[in-house]
Design a protein around this ligand. Structure first.
Ligand code: COA
Length: 158
């Protein structure tokens, strides 16, 4: 079991009441955050799958992962760990568990989009054999103006 400072980390399903915390975690990580309404809608959707990580079942979320499944394809919409909790293996635990959950839902392929300048996330995904299969030019709005390129990563879920 994953633990940090001798406290076990619990993974649990996301619930609609998590929306405010998810919006905050997301806004801390990305220039353009998603609103609480967006998270509530996504969590309530039958095609979504998401888990959070915390020190206890009722504890404040340290990070989360959220995907959407259509037919046998899944797309990671977001994975975020609070900046104060990074490099402790929390995202690794979230994604490892999530891959199993996606397989249980009969997903055969996994996709996601990531900013090509997000070197930390790219290093993270490489560990999970997620490989670039395409690019979307002028995709992510930059704080400084202009737009950055998104890489599309893919892996099979055998
Ligand atoms: C990407 C992110 C989710 C990783 O979360 P994390 O909990 O810190 O990741 P982990 O501790 O599980 O890292 C597992 C491994 O991934 C790699 N990794 C993770 N973050 C990395 C970084 N910033 N630089 C280089 N490698 C990194 C390392 O191999 C790491 O293992 P190690 O710590 O033993 O070297 C986190 O940095 C984050 O929330 N970033 C902002 C949001 C984001 O960019 N999400 C992905 C966008 S699609």
């Amino acid at each position: 079991m994953l633990s940090w400072r001798h406290k076990p980390i619990v993974l649990r399903d996301l619930r609609t009441g998590d929306a405010p915390r998810l919006a905050k975690l997301h806004a801390n990580a990305f220039h353009r955050g998603w609103g609480e309404d967006e998270f509530e809608r996504l969590i309530a959707s039958a095609s979504s799958l998401g888990e959070g990580a915390a020190f206890s079942e009722r504890g404040s979320l340290l990070g989360f992962i959220l995907s959407r499944i259509a037919a046998n394809e899944a797309e990671i919409l977001s994975i975020v760990v609070d900046p104060t909790s990074r490099r402790r293996g929390i995202a690794r635990a979230l994604l490892s568990n999530h891959l199993d959950r996606l397989r249980e839902r009969a997903a055969r392929e996994l996709f996601l989009e990531v900013d090509e300048e997000n070197t930390g996330a790219l290093a993270f995904y490489e560990n999970f054999d997620l490989k670039p299969v395409g690019r979307r030019q002028a995709y992510y709005p930059r704080v400084s103006g202009g737009r950055g390129t998104a890489l599309i990563l893919r892996r099979a879920l055998d």
